[in-house]
Design a protein around this ligand. Structure first.
Ligand SMILES: [Mg+2]
Length: 335
């Protein structure tokens, strides 16, 4: 089995800022290829990864799988991968995604069919508005006319001004993501006034490791609380049961589609809601996660909409909904 990878520089349409970081105007991702399959690593420094760590990991994977035939089962390949080099969730996700894509393309089947998802059940995706001045965020909300749900990044001294500015121009459902910015008490106060502003849910109000803080907020908040930075893999899901209302699953955090599926099932066992999300990434990563998205409650797969040089084309968006096609594999094709 031959594994290849290349680094791709994505250009952001607008510089992107959230509570935890400064503004970015480019992001680098790594595309991993196995036969006709492709997967994407969107490494994030918050999770200890970079393009360089991904390249090292993928080279190690390539060495571990060198003697395996191209049509070896995905599970067998991933057992060898895990025995060779652990961690590196986004690199692992890229390889596993590429293996699934290659397999599904061999059988001319879309991945959503293999994974038991029904495109008719796809929830609409939210469109993310990064932190800016209230006026900038208002302008971005107006530009998001094609999307029925907005996800707004907060955690600034001007949060109330931002929401008021948005409410001047739109009555769409708004989801708020604080990206760990608040203390538990600040978060409860924020949830109260956000509920009065027609906000639908709040993502990661407090620090990732502060699971009791998440519970404190959840017990007092009129809005559902969704964990993002607090949850990476299935092992974290059980910890969060009873402390939050739901979890946000991303390939770059969990290490691949198989783990994502396990997390969806485990979340259901614990009565948790499920969101699927993304990093800023091209249509390769978005299209892969979209294959699972009909299985969840909330879809936040817009990373490819925030860049202006996407090298791939994935499922089209119709009325704010990712429209999964009958195309084999992840359904992506080069532009
Ligand atoms: Mg988030």
């Amino acid at each position: 089995m031959k594994i290849e990878h290349d680094v791709v520089t994505l250009r952001l349409t607008h510089p992107f800022r959230i509570a935890r970081t400064g503004a970015d105007d480019v992001r680098q991702v790594v595309h991993v290829r196995v036969g006709d399959g492709i997967g994407e690593a969107a490494p994030h420094p918050y999770y200890g990864e970079s393009v360089d760590t991904v390249r090292v990991a993928v080279d190690r994977y390539a060495a571990a799988l060198r003697d395996l035939p191209d049509d070896a089962p995905v599970e067998r390949a991933m057992r060898l991968v895990d025995a060779s080099f652990g961690g590196n969730a986004s690199a692992r996700a890229a390889l596993e995604s590429a293996l699934w894509d290659a397999m599904a393309r061999r059988y001319a089947a879309p991945l959503w069919r293999l994974w038991g998802a029904d495109p008719a059940e796809m929830p609409p995706t939210s469109f993310t508005i990064g932190i800016g001045s209230p006026e900038e965020m208002q302008r971005k909300a107006t530009e998001a006319a094609d999307y029925s749900i907005l996800k707004v990044k907060l955690g600034t001294p001007r949060d109330r001004d931002i929401i008021a500015a948005l409410r001047d121009v739109t009555d769409k459902p708004v989801r708020v993501d604080a990206n760990t910015a608040w203390t538990p008490k600040e978060a409860v106060r924020a949830c109260e006034w956000l509920a009065d502003s027609g906000v639908e849910l709040v993502e990661q109000p407090v620090k990732a490791a502060d699971l009791d803080g998440m519970r404190f907020v959840r017990e007092r908040s009129p809005l559902p609380i969704i964990a993002d930075e607090s949850v990476r893999t299935a092992a974290d899901v059980t910890q969060l049961a009873g402390r939050v209302d739901g979890i946000n699953i991303k390939l770059a955090k969990c290490g691949g589609p198989t783990e994502a599926l396990s997390m969806i099932r485990l979340a259901r066992v614990h009565g948790l809601q499920v969101m699927v999300g993304c990093m800023i990434e091209s249509s390769v990563g978005i299209a892969t996660m979209a294959q699972l998205a009909p299985l969840v409650d909330y879809v936040d797969l817009d990373g490819n909409l925030l860049i202006d040089n996407d090298p791939y084309r994935g499922p089209p968006i119709a009325d704010g909904v990712l429209a999964l096609q009958d195309a084999p594999g992840n359904g992506c094709s080069a532009v």
